[in-house]
Design a protein around this ligand. Sequence first.
Ligand SMILES: [Fe+2]
Length: 132
Amino acid sequence: MFIEWSSIYSVSNFALDAQHKQIIKLMNDLHSVVSNNTGEQIIKKSIVRIRIILETHLRYEEALMKYCSFSEYEGHRQMHRALLFRTAELFDMHKKKTVSISEILVFIKKWWLRHIIKDDMKYIECVAKLEL
Ligand SMILES: [Fe+2]
């Protein structure tokens, strides 16, 4: 398994945890598709799926932070934009074969797990007030 979910990643919100788990699963799927050398078409589909789910999740998370008037909303949103910009850049580089999917996965994995532990944890109290 490329990434293993652990309770240390829980942000104490059912929907957000479920989305975080789904993204981890999609990254594991892409990792195994690449390791097993499955066809280019399947890899492409897997990449599109990750990009859509990642973007949808980050927007959802931003909406919750906005509705609970999270004080660090803008800074957090900027981090999300930077990640989406960088991943778009990396996937474009992959098309030109200047970076491998494995390298992209390692980058996203590091960014993602660090972001959950270091940044997402800060909004827990605020989001909890929404009682969703
Ligand atoms: Fe976040």
